[in-house]
Design a protein around this ligand. Structure first.
Ligand SMILES: C[S@@+](CC[C@H](N)C(=O)[O-])C[C@H]1O[C@@H](n2cnc3c(N)ncnc32)[C@H](O)[C@@H]1O
Length: 282
């Protein structure tokens, strides 16, 4: 243990568990925690691991040697394969950087040995349509690289044959005449594989919980909705500030979130408790 009270980076972290309603938060190393979880017990994994691009997390150093990072992610993925139900979905949100554009693709190719890539969704964070633009634009000063407006959302399954609830997760028809012409029973069509989910606008880092890599709650909500099982069991092995568990809580699902950093665990607990209070009061 360091004098600061934080464990040394390589020391094994003792896991601790907290419950907020139907959500269970485990503070610990996901590799170790996954080993203790029951096989075939999870319907939906939604997660965004560290991208290995040097983000400033509170304690996790986001810059491993690339081969080491890929091996580590494969070990985590093998743990996820074991706990996923045969008809489960594993949504992996990841992005590269201008300096490391291949990394997400290299990981996805290696994951072929464990999963089938059933869908590849582009999570669009900002987009320009004609002369108009939507979503949060974070300027990038470069003559070589384009502004990064999207991230990957790989949808892996064990055999590529998982039935999805495309319509509940879908959108109404723009042209209503299509409903009768194509013989559809309801005014709903598939959303497609480009999801525009902008960040909420925030004034400072504190409003993003001082965490450099959160996703909006609408992202895991959309994944859980698409998987389409009522009261699903949801897992996020890299929980961060608890966004996936917040989505699970709002959708009456059971969730397990694993996070190595005690401060992020505290933030996740607070978010879940406050959200529960809002729901009870509202
Ligand atoms: C990209 S962030 C996830 C953010 C999350 N989606 C959110 O909205 O808050 C990745 C997280 O993984 C955590 N982490 C890194 N190594 C871990 C490990 N071995 N086990 C569990 N969590 C880990 C980091 O502390 C970081 O909070």
């Amino acid at each position: 243990m360091k004098a600061s009270g934080r464990p040394e980076p390589d020391a094994p972290i003792r896991s601790r568990r907290y419950k907020v309603g139907q959500q269970e938060i485990v503070r610990g190393d996901c590799l170790r925690v996954l080993r203790r979880m029951q096989a075939d017990s999870v319907d939906v994994v939604v997660t965004s691991p560290p991208y290995n691009i040097g983000l400033s997390y509170r304690s996790y150093p986001d810059r491993k040697e690339e081969a080491h990072y890929l091996d580590w992610m494969m070990e985590v993925a093998a743990g996820l394969q074991r706990v996923l139900r045969p008809d489960g979905s594993f949504f992996l949100n990841i992005s590269g950087s201008s300096a490391q554009p291949w990394l997400p693709f290299e990981l996805a190719v290696r994951l072929r040995s464990l999963f089938v890539l059933q869908n590849h969704i582009a999570w669009v964070k900002s987009i320009s349509v004609g002369e108009d633009s939507f979503g949060h634009f974070k300027p990038m000063n470069s003559k070589r690289y384009l502004h990064r407006g999207h991230e990957h959302l790989f949808h892996f399954t064990l055999n590529g044959d998982v039935m999805l609830d495309r319509l509940t997760a879908g959108v109404p028809y723009k042209d209503k005449s299509n409903i009768a012409r194509r013989g559809h029973k309801q005014d709903r069509r598939c959303r497609g594989d480009a999801w525009f989910i902008p960040y909420e606008t925030v004034r400072d880092r504190a409003e993003k919980f001082d965490h450099p890599g959160t996703f909006p709650v609408a992202l895991p909500e959309q994944c859980i909705l698409l998987h389409g099982r009522k009261e699903a069991s949801v897992l996020d092995p890299f929980m961060g500030t608890g966004t996936t568990l917040l989505a699970a809580q709002r959708m009456a699902c059971r969730g397990v979130g694993i996070e190595i950093d005690a401060d992020y665990v505290a933030i996740a607990r607070r978010r879940l408790e406050e959200d529960q209070l809002c729901t009870e009061e509202g």
